[in-house]
Design a protein around this ligand. Sequence first.
Ligand SMILES: [Zn+2]
Ligand SMILES: [Zn+2]
Length: 179
Amino acid sequence: MGINILWDPQAPAGIELPVARMIAMILRKEPALVEYPFLIDGYDRNRDQHDAQKILDRLQDTFTRRYEIDGPLLLVTSRDLYVNGYDFVFGLARPACGVAVVSTARLENDYYDRMPDDTDLIDRAAKEGAHELGHLLGLDHCPDPECVMFRPRTLDELDRKRKMLCPVCREALASRATR
Ligand SMILES: [Zn+2]
Ligand SMILES: [Zn+2]
């Protein structure tokens, strides 16, 4: 079973391949970059953010009913995401349905008034993309602050994570793959 990445045309262009390669390195699974027309809804005018749950609703609906996609699907978007009860989320996964979304909005240095840097953006998008795909592959959150499955609440916590799974999560992923 493969894993799939759908890149929102509005998301930063030109970094799809490096991000996909890094995700492959982290999860030891080669993702396929897929292209389909897809409508992103869930926009909340008051918050100027998108409701990640609504994006996943449509993702689930569109891809389970209209397209044949084998394996978990991750959408990478530039829209800023929230879920009820939180100011924002870097991403969200719905493991029961095999769909997830990750946002680059708060992964770019510009957002924090820092110098733009594609390397930073690629690292962060790969870590958070691998994190959400990790959920779709059956992994839970991890207490190890350096593990990709650690749940970061800030950019600094995200940057502290390494581009790898800790031994415990690696083992959990391997045992699921052979089950
Ligand atoms: Zn998570
Ligand atoms: Zn871990």
